[in-house]
Design a binder for this molecule. Structure first.
Ligand code: ARG
Length: 590
């Protein structure tokens, strides 16, 4: 389906040409003054210099040359030389009819789908998910869905932090607590099936062991050295440590999956830093052999500074001086693996913006050493911090790190209360509805902010049923569903022909719908889910304005009523598709 702006642009280009001007001046865009017109063309202003003619004279020529087979818009010349455009209601109705029968609802589809890997989530195993993990999951999931909606071929990878010092810390602490365990014996079996099925700890224990070990290692050098050694031995494949690592993974990953499921976030790949261990040695060999990496004070590094750098970009370290691999190493090896397995056109990392410099180093190293193809794009979508009302990173009331589960439960609790007050939901549905609505509050609260900015998590604001919030959008959807339900109950058709709008409020709403595809395309181009939020907020507002000013079900003219209902069903589709891309859904009642 052709975009409304393109349809108008091609008409204007024809007219520029017919009037004897260069057609490239015929570009049409959304109006800067929506109070005056819907679209505008500023080409006459730009053409004035070339043709040494007053802009309004050119604009007059162009408007006179417009061929209107069937008239789709009105064009007026406004001094000094703007062409103001208002589309006709008939054209708009026809366009929305086409959009409604398009399975993609006018979202432009990639002609040759790009292969994209999205690296998001990035939780560290054996630590519970906390609010710090929320943004990567929420933004990453939305970008994944957005890319899919535009027809690209996307693989989401959680990229677990499962191979670093935290593993050695847990093993060290467990060894101190339960030295008698089979995992620590010198003759521990190399057959992984020979170990007890049952893990030697519960999840709760594991979650207590890690911070305890981490604190000890900060105070006790010898303890830290032990943990480093354990990490090294694990990475070298010591059987007992590997067996314990598998148990940690089992418990922790099951818990992570449960948590992500509750967030309606899902990954195609559950790979992690550990997955690429076999890729490291050959990669290091290649980097050395081909001269991309060199030793500097014992460490193996790749120089990545460039002459035009405004800030100093330190070399990317591939191996520490003791030969141990590090965060950079696994990220580089993961690029190697992804190129081998998937050969993506693009890898998008949705990671805290405090890691920006790190990604500059890794990306430059990967490009310099040809670990990626010439045209592979590496992109870091860096996000800001979720803060509390005090402007500092979000904490519990006691000042601790808040678990994601706790946050979800807390929001849900307040939602249960609100829903009960509204009395629109049956008691047995209240819990499920509260869960759905709270997710919209959390996700929309996050996504409506530009990702790179910090934002304040304001529970009261995010859960409100009015204002720029997830629940407000859901409330609007529920309102539309309920009108359509009533219409069906009264035997009214909801698929009648769309008529030209009856008033400006209806036209405004129809114009919103007509720019749906372009809005999604723009949001994808900028990897900016907040643009979808802005779009649906405006559309929801325009719908509510229309709704308050229009008698829909009691409209007596059958054709008009049918057209209203058809329009509502398109609004519903557009809003549902939008929130699906954002990563949440709407209940039937709330
Ligand atoms: N686990 C990392 C952290 O907690 C995030 C991983 C981000 N992804 C990546 N490929 N580095 O900081």
């Amino acid at each position: 389906m052709e975009k409304i702006q393109n349809v108008l642009t091609s008409k204007l280009k024809e007219a520029f040409l017919a009037a004897g001007y260069d057609p490239s001046y015929g570009e049409v865009r959304l109006s800067d003054r929506p109070d005056l017109c819907e679209f505008q063309c500023n080409g006459a202003l730009a053409a004035a210099k070339k043709y040494r003619k007053a802009p309004f004279m050119i604009a007059d020529d162009v408007v006179a040359a417009l061929s209107h087979g069937e008239k789709i818009f009105d064009a007026d010349v406004v001094r000094p030389g703007f062409i103001n455009i208002n589309v006709t209601g008939e054209f708009l109705a026809d366009l929305l009819g086409q959009m409604d029968s398009d399975p993609y609802l006018s979202i432009p589809q990639a002609e040759t789908p790009k292969k994209i890997v999205i690296d998001y989530g990035g939780p560290n195993v054996a630590k519970p998910l906390h609010v710090g993990h929320l943004r990567s999951a929420v933004i990453g999931e939305s970008i994944k869905r957005l890319a899919r909606a535009c027809g690209d071929d996307v693989t989401g990878d959680v990229h677990l932090g499962d191979w670093g010092l935290q593993m050695g810390l847990i093993i060290t602490e467990m060894k101190k607590r339960k030295p008698e365990l089979i995992y620590f014996r010198d003759d521990a079996p190399s057959d992984m099936d020979a170990y007890p099925k049952e893990a030697p700890f519960t999840l709760a224990e594991l979650e207590e062991v890690y911070p305890c070990a981490s604190a000890k290692s900060k105070e006790d050098e010898a303890y830290k050295a032990e943990a480093l050694e354990a990490t090294h031995l694990l990475q070298m494949g010591r059987p007992g440590y590997r067996a314990m690592w598998l148990k940690i993974m089992e418990l922790s990953v099951a818990d992570l999956k449960k948590n992500y499921e509750r967030l309606d976030v899902s990954f195609d790949l559950w790979n992690g830093e550990s997955t690429v261990q076999p890729y490291i040695a050959p990669m290091v060999e290649k980097l050395k052999a081909e001269g991309y990496a060199h030793y500097d004070q014992g460490a193996l590094v790749i120089d990545v500074a460039e002459p035009d750098d405004k800030i100093e970009i330190p070399p990317c370290m591939v191996l520490k001086s003791d030969g141990a691999s590090l965060y950079n190493t696994t990220d580089l090896a993961t690029i190697v693996q992804r190129m081998e397995d998937i050969n993506p056109d693009e890898i998008i990392y949705v990671v805290d913006k405090r890691q920006s410099l790190y990604f500059v180093q890794v990306f430059r190293a990967a490009i310099k050493a040809h670990l990626v193809g010439e045209n592979t794009k590496l992109v870091h979508v860096g996000f800001g911090t979720m803060n509390g009302k005090d402007g500092k990173p979000f904490k519990t009331r006691q000042g601790g790190v808040m678990r994601l589960e706790t946050l979800l439960d807390q929001i849900k609790e307040s939602m249960v209360r609100k829903i009960a007050e509204n009395k629109n939901v049956r008691e047995e549905d209240a819990d499920g509805t509260a869960e759905i609505v709270s997710l919209s509050a959390i996700k929309y609260g996050d996504l409506s902010n530009q990702a790179s900015k910090d934002y304040v998590f304001d529970e009261e604001k995010f859960t409100a049923f009015e204002g720029n919030t997830g629940p407000y959008i859901l409330y609007t959807i529920v309102r539309i569903k309920s009108i359509l339900e009533k219409a069906c109950a009264q035997g009214f058709a909801t698929d009648s022909e769309l008529l030209a709008p009856a008033d400006p409020a209806e036209k405004a709403l129809m114009l919103d719908l007509a720019r749906f595809g372009a809005s999604i395309e723009e949001a994808y181009g900028e990897l900016a889910p907040h643009k979808i939020c802005a779009y649906i907020y405006e559309t929801a507002n325009d719908f509510n304005r229309f709704y308050h000013g229009t008698k829909i079900l009691s409209e007596e003219n059958e054709a008009r009523r049918g057209s209203y209902l058809r329009l509502l069903s398109i609004v519903l589709k557009v809003l549902n598709k939008s929130i699906d891309i954002l990563g949440f859904e709407a209940p039937d009642h709330m």
